[in-house]
Design a protein around this ligand. Sequence first.
Ligand SMILES: [Mn+2]
Length: 425
Amino acid sequence: MIINKDIIDQYNKAGVENFNSDFDFLQNKLTRSGANVSEIVNKIADFQVAIPSWALGAGGTRFGRFSYGGEPAVLEQKLDDVGLLHALTHSAGAVSLHIPWDIPSDVSALKESAKSHGLVFDAMNSNTFQDQSDAKKSYKFGSLNSVNEDSRAYAVEHNKEVIRIGKELDSKSLTVWLADGASFPGQLNFQTALSNTEKSLKEIYADMPEDWKLFIEYKPYEPNFYSTTIQDWGTSFMLANACGERAFTLVDLGHHLPNTNIEQIVATLMYKGKLGGFHFNDSKYGDDDLTVGSIKPYALFLIFNELVYGIETNKNNPYPAWMIDASHNIKDPLEDLLQSLEAILIAYAQALLVDQKALKTAQLNNDVVAAQDILQNAYRTDVRPLLQAARLQTGAALDPIAAYRNLKVRETLISERGWAKATGL
Ligand SMILES: [Mn+2]
């Protein structure tokens, strides 16, 4: 299924009058307070988030997986799905592949397909957290950190293969997330595990082309429940520094213990120019894979406030690679992703509204009440008409989920593809 611009323009007609009145009201209000509305709308229109190939099928927990029908069975169909999201929102202009689930059989055809959907290939993801059916070595007791030299070499070689495939697709970065760790005290020597990981990452780093970046993700627990070798941003930061200037830390919202001050981690990393990538999701307890903004929208806004400040201030930090890393098992996966994109752009737009000059003055005067008010004034603004203006400007749908339902996308996908399950988790 392809959604072309004419269909969307036709669909948008019914909502334009209401949009105009909502937008005028907000524009007047924001202009009065000194905001440059058209500049903010342009920034929202430019913001692109990568969609991971594994989020397009119904996700699962270790207890079960419930199919939605019409799931993409092959890589080409995954690209088509991201193309649908991009047509509806014009903010999902990139796809993030996962090897070995997404090994392309015809690279030039795949690149052609991506181009026709207006997509680029963002960071490539390696997978050393499970053994494939044809695996020659096992990752049961670790991969890059393994005490078994053969497993370590096998994992390094896999990452090199991911780089090779990524080069063919014009990707420019590799994300490494390791499940490596221990479930029981005494199982591994912390220092040996860390040293092995550092050596392995350096080998992978040395294999990357000059214009590539390495993103090192961290996670405090799960699937190992006693220790994770790259458990926190500090360990990731240390390893990135050991690798070199094109290695960075990747922050995944779900990879923190409850109540961690993630916005402060963002600020600390950007201050040192080491925040390379960002994975969006939401959670109540741990790595829950819930829709972005569904549980803690204010925390998301505070994080975006630091991201916006860092992008403006820390020119030594590269522009971060954004990706949604969530996949839940009770929603239509495409509707879930549309909700996540909306939540990301809302938080971004609210952060763009923060009066940075006034905030700085309040901070210099230790005016705690004013500082809180400045942040909350931005957070409490209903910025959705700004998102709609950006979508109208780029030919996307005024209301993407309503358009998705109105155009019967899921029903069409089921009739085209049947009930096969997507590959991946
Ligand atoms: Mn992640």
